[in-house]
Ligand binder design. Sequence first.
Ligand code: ACO
Length: 203
Amino acid sequence: ITIRQATINDIQAMQNANLQNLPENYLLKYYMYHILSWPQASFVATTYDTIDIEDDEEHEVDNYVDSENGDNKFEDKVQEVEDPKGDPAYIAKGEKIIGYVLGKMEDDPEAADKTPHGHITSLSVMRTYRRMGLAEKLMRQSLYAMTESFKAEYVSLNVRKSNRAAIHLYRDSLNFEVTSIEKSYYQDGEDAYAMKLMLDLDA
Ligand code: ACO
């Protein structure tokens, strides 16, 4: 498993991973906006893998990266291989996105707080790769990049009140603090915790 900076070629696969893992989804151009504006702040976790498409109930094939042109049309990633029983079988082969963190700097000119600070827009790890420390690694990479590249003094994020796993990660593993509760923040009416972590510029 590799953790590396996300590129424009990854955004389609990141969006697919997001659709599989979270109800908060974004247009492709919003991913593009992140990567083009703050290329250092977003990361992906990837692995090289093959997958039998007939067994691909979770549609993980959509998470493969086409490094040539970022196009992730299904046909570009599948290879027809000889099945031992004589049936043609299809496999996808290559670099698969198994987690991502999408980060940005606060760029709203209306924002009340003018100190430079980062924001985690979205984080997720595919189900079969959870509890291996990947989310924590992705977060640490993004937070480090925000201080180093953009002099962020702190980073903020929102998380559903019911999201125990993510709250554990942010509060217990990364030392975020809850700063407020945002009522009915999510489309289905659930409240969000607004969380914040001061970044130590000297660390
Ligand atoms: N229950 C309790 N604590 C958990 C759990 C869990 N299921 N999963 C992670 N944690 C906490 C623990 O403190 C863990 O440390 P430990 O293993 O030493 O106890 C710590 O998080 C680090 O865990 P990681 O292995 O790094 O986390 P993982 O790679 O499994 O990813 C994540 C965690 C991203 C929350 C994953 O469960 C996921 O993708 N969930 C669905 C999507 C989601 O909820 N994303 C966050 C939304 S908020 C936002 O995007 C800003």
